[in-house]
Design a protein around this ligand. Structure first.
Ligand code: ZN
Length: 531
């Protein structure tokens, strides 16, 4: 593996002697299906070289004897690829465009960060790829990252920068947490007050959930529908699906601030400055609420082509429902014997709105109940894994995001790099067939304390690289010492994009982890001063 710095580590890799040289006179060939991926590689090379490769289609067999060849092989698994590099040719084989795209990401990493450097660093006359053969495919179809833009808003350029790194790491789901108590961040034309009122707050808490400190600075921001479409298109070019999250019925204070009639008592709430869980829950008994959600989903689904739509569902307080005449009438009408039957009813109504529109519901694990639609996907974040086993074994699909293992908002002391790396999302004692019900891993970053891009990058990196390898690489090919070596050589890829990761000597497990863990949950992680 020496000198082969690819993250995530390929499933099967064999290094050979010698290398392939790309220089003036080299050629690129592609099956018509892979024209876009071949052109992307040629453009990438042209920007950093004194020459430009001619690129031509070929159909059928035999394959060209030399050059860089993109070839369709129908037997290769979805998103997977084969890469055979000899001194005469580079053969890239895949059955779909995502696979060919992933092969290009591997080639990029084999060429090294200089391929991506701005033109000012000088153009090369030749590039070398080591001779090798790689047979690679993802362990999981869901390799995700979630960004909370509700607690703090981030400009779309910052999101694109993250999408670029995700693409290089072969991650394929960007879960966009667009609404929460402290901010509504997506334009809904039918309900303009959602952003006029819901995207602004007067102040923000600093220092942790129990802190009385405030920034004293108003915070605001939202994405227009055109902004969101731009992000969706940008992600799609990189084979990343954007899964939007529009939270209901809890975490809705910003929506209620804009439209108080959504609340059981029509209460006028302000968009809060503090980050403790709020009682911003929409009424489950008023038909008006379901009409509102249907209208919002109509606009959201028009922007986001993702089959899966996340509707939140976590941390819903039932307090206001208990005393609401409409919610009580609902319970009577639907024969719900306990207040705990209300959220499952609510989720099934929202699930129906989505299935009527050809989409699939996804929610946090609080949405699990016996009447959750069969195809709904559950994102596991809290509680014991064994609680989900009965559902998993009956066919329920899960995306695994356990709070203590992949929540990137934790300090590096509470969540060291090796813990993320060694996370295996498949619970023990699950049969081979049932393992397929674990769709993959998603790492969330909640941004209560993430006020700056510097902190965003510090929280995310290098841990996102460990997430990528845990989600892509089969367990038998994972190796932490090797990962750390490759990681150190990956840092220039980040720096080239203006991303400063947390220092590599500060992300390892520390002896004081256990006693300090408790404090780290309540206080804002401190980041070292900019180096
Ligand atoms: Zn109510």
């Amino acid at each position: 593996m020496e000198g082969i710095d690819v993250i995530p580590r390929p499933a099967i890799l064999a290094r050979k002697d010698a290398s392939f040289t790309i220089q003036a006179g080299s050629r690129a060939w592609h099956d018509p299906l892979f024209e876009q991926q071949a052109r992307e590689l040629v453009v990438l090379l042209a920007k950093a070289s004194t020459f430009e490769l001619p690129v031509k289609p070929f159909i059928g067999m035999p394959l060209p004897a030399s050059g860089i060849i993109f070839h369709v092989e129908p037997d290769i698994k979805p998103e997977g690829y084969r890469l055979d590099v000899s001194s005469e040719r580079v053969l890239i084989a895949a059955s779909d465009q995502a696979g060919a795209f992933h092969a290009v990401q591997t080639i990029k990493q084999l060429l090294g960060p200089a391929i991506d450097a701005p033109a000012s660093s000088g153009r090369a006359d030749a590039w070398h790829i080591p001779c090798l053969s790689i047979d690679d495919r993802p362990r999981f179809p869901w390799r995700g990252f979630m960004l909370d833009v509700a607690r703090h808003f981030f400009e779309k350029e910052i999101i694109k920068q993250i999408l670029d790194v995700m693409a290089l790491l072969k991650m394929n789901v960007f879960h966009w947490h667009l609404t929460d108590d402290q901010g509504w961040r997506i334009e809904i034309k039918r309900y303009p007050r959602l952003v006029e009122i819901g995207s602004k707050r007067g102040d923000s808490q600093v220092g942790g959930y129990v802190s009385l400190k405030r920034t004293g600075i108003p915070h605001e921001g939202y994405y227009t529908q055109d902004d969101a479409r731009e992000i969706v298109a940008y992600a799609r070019e990189r084979f990343i699906t954007v899964v939007p999250e529009i939270e209901f019925p809890g975490h809705c204070t910003a929506a209620i601030a804009a439209y108080p009639e959504l609340h059981c008592k029509g209460k006028h709430l302000a968009v809060p400055a503090t980050f403790v869980t709020r009682k911003g829950v929409v009424c489950a008994g008023k038909e008006r609420v379901y009409e509102f959600i249907a209208d919002i989903l109509d606009e959201v689904l028009d922007i986001f082509p993702s089959k899966v739509i996340h509707v939140g569902g976590d941390e819903t307080s039932t307090g206001t429902w208990k005393h609401c005449p409409d919610c009580k009438a609902l319970m009577q009408r639907e024969g719900l014997h306990s207040i705990h039957g209300v959220q499952p009813y609510f989720t099934s109504r929202v699930g129906k709105l989505l299935s009527d529109r050809g989409r699939t519901l996804m929610g946090w694990n609080e949405v699990l109940s016996s009447n959750l639609p069969a195809d709904a996907i559950v994102q596991f974040w809290t509680g014991r894994t064994r609680a989900i086993l009965p559902h998993l074994t009956k066919g329920r699909k899960f995306v695994m995001s356990p709070f203590f293992t992949v929540y990137l908002d934790h300090d590096h002391v509470l969540l060291p790099l090796d813990m993320v790396y060694n996370f295996d999302p498949v619970p023990k004692n699950v049969s081979i067939e049932q393992q397929g019900n674990v769709l993959g891993i998603e790492a969330p970053l909640w941004t209560e304390w993430v006020r700056t891009t510097r902190r965003l990058h510090w929280q995310l990196f290098p841990r996102l690289l460990a997430v990528a390898e845990a989600a892509w690489t089969p367990p038998n090919a994972k190796d932490y010492p090797s990962f750390k070596e490759r990681l150190a050589r990956f840092i220039p890829w980040l720096q080239e994009r203006g991303i400063n990761p947390a220092s590599l000597d500060k992300v390892e497990r520390c002896k004081l982890r256990k006693p300090l863990s408790f404090l780290h949950l309540f206080f804002e992680p401190r980041i070292p001063e900019t180096r």
